[in-house]
Design a protein around this ligand. Structure first.
Ligand SMILES: [Fe+2]
Ligand SMILES: [Fe+2]
Length: 212
């Protein structure tokens, strides 16, 4: 549902990612860790939702396993760990979520579905462009992210309740307007979920990281 409505990732982001695959990998490790912690935070936020929490606990374990795999991949490819400040994507998206229940729960699940769908799209674009073993690894992760998108979308429909599917789709479209801008508009900081690579003056910043 979500994947078909995403704005396409700009081709220059894919080029930049292939050129800066080490930075991509370091940020990717952070994303997997964050995905696990977000799933776990949802278990804490809605303790009464047992079925939802069984699915989220399982997801948290899978994301944590991805984190382990990415970290091993960094070691295998001799990519040194480096602290990176986060990009604008996740924070800006979360800032758009409603703060009152039951709407917050719906928005959180939609946000999960959107991030998983975007990750899935980017792994699909990257997999054929990256050399082994990274290309194959990303092809595997693309399939996992497609599953996760479906999981969060199902949880969003449940959160919307009986007859809430059209409200769910309307809200999805609203959040996607924000997400598309984040994923495509010029972004000075290259990250896994960043927009079109551009410096403040619109100049490409490929091959460098403006991080301190
Ligand atoms: Fe993952
Ligand atoms: Fe995921």
């Amino acid at each position: 549902v979500v994947a078909g409505r995403l704005a396409a990732t700009p081709a220059d982001w894919v080029d930049a990612a292939c050129g800066q695959w080490q930075t991509l990998l370091i940020d990717h490790a952070y994303c997997e860790k964050k995905a696990a912690s977000t799933a776990l935070a949802l278990v804490f936020a809605y303790p009464e939702q047992q079925e939802q929490n069984l699915a989220l606990a399982r997801l948290a374990r899978e994301e944590l396993r991805h984190y382990e795999q990415v970290t091993r991949m960094m070691q295998r490819l001799a990519v040194p760990f480096q602290r990176l400040r986060p990009g604008r994507y996740a924070g800006a998206l979360r800032a758009a979520l409603r703060t009152h229940e039951p709407l917050r729960r719906l928005d959180l699940m939609l946000c999960g579905a959107i991030i998983e769908a975007r990750s899935c799209e980017r792994f699909r674009l990257l997999a054929p462009r990256l050399a082994a073993p990274l290309g194959e690894f990303y092809a595997e992760l693309e399939r996992a992210e497609a599953r996760h998108e479906g999981l969060y979308w199902g949880l969003a429909l449940e959160a919307a309740g009986e007859g809430g599917s059209s409200a769910c789709e309307r809200r999805l479209d609203e959040l996607l307007v924000i997400e598309s801008a984040l994923a495509t508009a010029p972004d000075p900081l290259f990250r896994f979920h960043s927009g079109s690579p551009a410096g403040p003056a619109g100049s490409p910043v490929r091959g460098s990281d403006s991080n301190s």
